[in-house]
Design a protein around this ligand. Sequence first.
Ligand code: AMP
Ligand code: ZN
Length: 499
Amino acid sequence: MTDAHARPLKLFNSLTRSLETFEPVHPGEARVYSCGPTVYNYPHIGNMRAYVFADTLGRTLSYKGYRLTHVINITDVGHLTDDADAGEDKLEKAAAEKAQSIWDIAKHYTEAYWADIKALNIRQPAHWSIATDYVPQMIEFAEAIACKHCYELESGLYFDTTSVADYGRLARHGTDEGESRIDPVDGKRHPADFAIWRKTPAGETRQMEWDSPWGRGAPGWHLECSVMSEALLGFPFDIHTGGIDHREIHHPNEIAQNQAHSCSDASGARFWMHNNFLVDRSGKMSKSSGEFLRVQLLIDKGYHPLAYRLMCLQAHYRSELEFSWEGLGAALTRLKRMYKAVEVQMWKEFQQAGLPVDSPSRFEPIPREKWNETEVLGYLQDFDEAISDDLNTPKALLVIEAVLGDPTISNQLRWHLIATLDQVLGLDLLLNKRADLRVRPKAATVDEQAISELLEARQLAREQKNFAQADEARNTLLSNGVEVMDGDPLGWDWRLETN
Ligand code: AMP
Ligand code: ZN
């Protein structure tokens, strides 16, 4: 295999509802735009599934040898509490409720989102584009399409969805797969028409408003993604991502704007890709309910965030994934097993070679042009086949585990191989240790020092056959939420109860 892109990458394109071979617009490059969060509250773990997916896509494109430019936007204006142009701006509402400036709200929740991005080992995109930085360009874009594609009402400028060919083809409106929509704005010509510019009602002021040819106000939500994707990635670019909900309204509206602006039928991106939802039957994921499932909550309960990343990778991105604490616990155990395999085997090999265990824990990935020369070509091909099949991460994980469990792979080559595969999965298999997975639950009352003293006392008592004293030490640990793990297959001495 000498060509860097020898195995075709097949991706599911929501536009055609079929698997298609990825062919970049610009040879050797991949340009990806992902709809980012609306920063009026903390992201829940479902939102973060969308970015684990976008990250896996980006990592796959890099691993395939494409020069990746990834953009994720930050929506700090324009997203209403109701997708059908009714309700308030989510950020205006949050700012009023918390009696804070919108800018402070946006800054706080953007930083919280970035902390989650880091915790989940999601790579930084080339650009974080902030919607409010692009308002002049949004006004220019709107001016260019206003005359042929928009009409003005008391409340703002609206896009006439009948002015472009085949509106809603992405959502399959008009078929059983499409969504029927309501029409809460007075004067709209068609239910699906949407706001390009929302005028500030007479007598009111908003914290965020700008002058425009249609009066003072704020841009409609869909405008930002058309404008920023073109500004940063050109037109057309390669892949546009988002959660499956965006397939119904937000992305069809972006496409309609793009068609109008380009005076063509071009949707703007060659591929439109959508991750399915993480569902939680307890209802704790809704941002509007008080405590909700966010990455920090998992950490507070003692789960390492990469266990959640693994939980996402265990499902195909187009399948619904049901969240449960048991499921998360199982993912954590699986991750521990992988870390243990790396640790134990590396330790052995390094000891044999007379090297300190944690010296060169960074191994270079095997370059594609060298694959043929290695004795692990079969594994490289199996992994490549899985990931090239619309990012089949559940299968790719099985290949990693087979590699970790194969005693015939020669020293060091295994680690170069794992480094190659982990580029795509981002589980930091060679960087982290098992001990790094031990996260202290927020509610824990004991510290490691006290735990190891009690464990030592127990061990000593057992050696002296003083079983009553050994049991007492064990019970003291138990009453502090520490379970002693005799004979644990993963080699843990103890664990803190996680929830
Ligand atoms: P928002 O901040 O609401 O604009 O959402 C950010 C991203 O998360 C979008 O791509 C949504 O489609 C996606 N999303 C929202 N809820 C979920 C969920 N439960 N599971 C997966 N993705 C979601
Ligand atoms: Zn968007």
